[in-house]
Write a protein that binds this ligand. Structure first.
Ligand code: COA
Length: 273
């Protein structure tokens, strides 16, 4: 868990992170804990949240797991109250929970499309709304985990592209509505990230497919979770105190090339299965 930042940038702060039982969001949780924040890990799988929290405690950090599905606004609000009762007002809220699968729009069911909209877009709205009444006055940070698909139309990802584009506009709108409350609201938009559930679902098996995927990225490699965690840390720290309403791509330059290789590779991998 190496970081370019020194410890204690977030001393005494409370960060609530959805979907932090694994992957990028888990690494963000660990990174924020090392920087002195108390962490509430929210996810639909109680056991996974508690294991992730226990791992942070084992590193000397402070963390708790709180179970809730971001699709259920009432349960989520209860979970945020529970988190705040234990660790105090929320300084940082990260909407990281997401769902994805590879499917062509021509055959995807309405429920399949809706499921990703529900988890990603409505889940982000529910998350930020649950946090709002519990936010630390005058200096809170909201961060959404978007994706390159928000700006790059990508074959087999119609549901994800629509959901993530919605997240970007939600963040930009909230950055206007909630700025007077002292809330900053931003998003990060990663491209492929190594060793994550998302990549397991998206990345094809085999060297040739990987090479094809990476040929669409100027830096010719996927991101590391640590690199995503450092961007999240920067945006939620005082170093970014005047950054509000932005969506920052962290994709090795992929957005400058477009997503044709990515989409073609996903289409071919779908047709091969
Ligand atoms: N292709 C086409 N449709 C699919 C699909 C696939 N590979 N996987 C799921 N669906 C459809 C289902 O068929 C269902 O629609 P239907 O009722 O019309 O049949 C709908 O999506 C909901 O599926 P279900 O499995 O009931 O939803 P869930 O709430 O249990 O799971 C998912 C949500 C589908 C997003 C699941 O992939 C998931 O839990 N993902 C979380 C982890 C993840 O994706 N991480 C990576 C983030 S980048």
């Amino acid at each position: 868990m190496s970081s370019v930042f020194n410890a204690n940038l977030l001393a005494g702060q409370h960060a609530v992170i959805t979907g932090a039982g694994s992957g990028i969001n888990k690494r963000i949780a660990e990174r924020f804990a090392i920087q002195g924040a108390c962490i509430s890990i929210v996810g639909r799988n109680a056991g996974k949240c508690e294991v992730a929290a226990a791992e942070i405690r084992a590193l000397g950090g402070t963390a708790q797991g709180v179970a809730a599905d971001v699709r259920d606004a009432d349960t989520l609000a209860d979970a945020f109250h529970q988190a705040s009762d234990a660790f105090g007002p929320i300084d940082i809220c990260i909407a990281g929970a997401a769902g994805n699968f590879v499917a062509e729009a021509a055959t995807m069911s309405t429920n399949g499309f809706r499921t990703v909209i529900d988890i990603d877009l409505i889940g982000t709205f529910n998350t930020f709304r649950a946090a709002l009444p519990l936010l630390r006055e005058k200096r809170a940070n909201l961060l959404a985990v978007s994706a390159v698909q928000s700006a790059l139309p990508t074959a087999t990802q119609a549901h994800v592209c629509a959901a993530k584009a919605g997240i970007d506009m939600l963040v930009r709108t909230l950055s206007i509505e909630w700025a007077a409350r002292g809330v900053r609201c931003n998003a990060i938009a990663p491209g492929p990230v190594a060793d994550t559930e998302g990549m397991k679902r998206l990345a094809p098996s085999g060297e040739a497919s990987w090479r094809r995927l990476l040929s669409g990225i100027p830096m010719r490699r996927a991101a590391e979770c640590d690199e995503i965690a450092d961007l999240a840390l920067f945006l939620c720290s005082g170093a970014a105190s005047y950054i509000n309403g932005t969506v920052i791509a962290i994709d090795g330059g992929q957005s400058n090339l477009g997503s044709q290789q990515f989409g073609d590779m996903l289409l071919d991998s779908l047709r091969e299965t």
